[in-house]
Design a protein around this ligand. Structure first.
Ligand code: ADQ
Length: 410
């Protein structure tokens, strides 16, 4: 008999460290890579693997995320498939979800309705390709209550992750600590830890029992990584799935195993640089495992006025449909649809979102510009960081970030 699998995508994260990009949208709804939203990556991974019963749990500022999901991920219900955004239920009274485990507890009725054998619980704010079916098969074969996807990450980032300590068989999790401040490196690699990717596969009963027990515990933060996984580790029922074992069709030696947590402005910016490298370490052009999205009906990108003293071109960049580069030079940038860059402007190392207009002779360097910002003629962004710091957000690594629709001072 075919195995029944329900996927739950946790998409309620607030994304404080991505402010101002998350000022009025949830982190999984943040635009990424020109034409995508972050959530498209996990949903594409599930869809490519054939998991088409997907519940997306939302809560924080979910309007633009809900709109994107219903526009992009509406699927035929003929075969009983769906991608449904489910806002906080407030089933237990007038409160928001306390944490990700509470979000699942409040949605137990959805699990009961579907009565799956296994439940995939994945986060929604990572950039990666993964075939979840390989992880589900590994979970079924092991008989564990939960399987946690694991990846090696720098020791310096240990306090941002759940850190896994595996037993001698390399599979059973001996200890799991959520965001420890005092982690030590791996025996064979002292500068790395084994981190949880925030992606889990549960045997249905184990998940339901764990979140129900957790809901009764007044001392719990009701968090998947902080409470549920440690609870099952304690019982000796949690295994790890090594992300290095995941082999996605069409991936290359260069981009196999790529996974980025884009939780900070700098990691968000760096992940864009990964896309534009000549031989990208994350390859969006893998047609065997497409990343699906929907961005409206824009005409092809256009480049004009390239012959006189103006440039009218883009190099080492990704340019979306609907963009017009008119007599301006765009380098090392990722440009979303419907952006206009006017004569003598120079855009270098920028992530520019939909509807932005760059005025004549403007200079933009090392910056993220959110939607619908109007950069006036002659404006300079990322040139004088001291000045920029007074007006805009500047990341630790000096990336200038302009919020959605923010006014630019000259
Ligand atoms: P974090 O990402 O810090 O760590 P969290 O903020 O709980 O953990 O977010 C996990 C996922 O759940 C995200 O996709 C987020 O959007 C979503 N989420 C959070 N609260 C939610 C709620 N109330 N309702 C619905 N969705 C919610 C987690 C793990 C770590 C792991 C890292 C990997 O806890 O162990 O290492 O992910 O990035």
């Amino acid at each position: 008999m075919a195995v029944k699998v329900l996927a739950i995508v946790l998409a309620g994260g607030e994304g404080k460290r991505l402010m101002p990009l998350t000022a009025d949208r949830a982190k999984p709804g943040v635009p990424f890579g020109g034409i995508y939203r972050m959530i498209d990556f996990v949903l594409s991974n599930l869809a490519n693997a054939g998991y088409l019963k997907i519940v997306v749990l939302t809560q924080y500022k979910s309007h633009s995320l809900d709109r994107h999901i219903s526009k992009t991920w509406r699927m035929s219900t003929l075969l009983g498939n769906y991608v449904t955004p489910v806002p906080a239920q407030q089933r237990l009274g007038p409160r928001w979800f306390a944490g990700s485990a509470d979000a699942i507890y409040q949605s137990l009725n959805l699990i009961n309705d579907e009565s799956p054998d296994y439940v995939i619980v994945f986060g929604a704010d990572h950039i990666y390709r993964m075939d979840p079916k390989q992880m589900v098969n590994d979970h079924i074969a092991s008989g564990a209550a939960v399987t946690v996807a694991g990846i090696r990450q720098p020791l310096s980032l240990a306090d941002q992750f759940g850190v896994i300590d595996v037993g001698p068989d390399g599979k059973r999790i001996k200890a799991f600590r959520e965001k420890p401040k005092d982690a030590v490196g791996l025996p064979d690699s002292p500068d790395e830890v084994y981190a949880s990717m925030g992606n889990y596969v549960f045997t249905t009963r184990a998940l339901c029992e764990a979140v129900t027990a957790d809901a009764q515990n007044p001392d719990s933060k009701h968090d998947m990584g902080g409470n549920i996984i440690p609870m099952l580790v304690e019982k000796g029922e949690a295994n790890v799935y090594d992300f290095r074992d995941n082999d996605v069709p069409g991936s290359t030696d260069r981009d196999r195993g790529y996974w980025r947590d884009v939780g900070t402005l700098d990691s968000f910016y760096e992940a864009h640089r990964d896309l534009i490298a000549t031989l990208p370490i994350f390859n969006l052009y893998n047609h065997d495992w497409p990343i699906f999205t929907n961005y409206g009906s824009w005409p092809p990108a256009k480049f004009v006025h390239g012959y006189d003293d103006r440039q009218g071109r883009a190099i080492d960049s990704m340019i979306s449909p609907g963009v017009v580069v008119s007599g301006a030079l765009v380098e090392r940038s990722v440009i979303s649809p419907n952006v206009r860059v006017n004569s003598w402007a120079h855009v270098d190392g920028a992530v520019i979102m939909e509807g932005v207009s760059v005025g004549r002779r403007a200079v933009i360097r090392n910056a993220i510009i959110d939607k619908n910002v109007i950069i006036p003629e002659g404006a300079q962004i990322g040139v004088d960081l001291e000045k920029d710091r007074k007006l805009y957000t500047v990341s630790d690594n000096g990336v200038v970030v302009i919020g959605k629709g923010q006014r630019i001072e000259l």
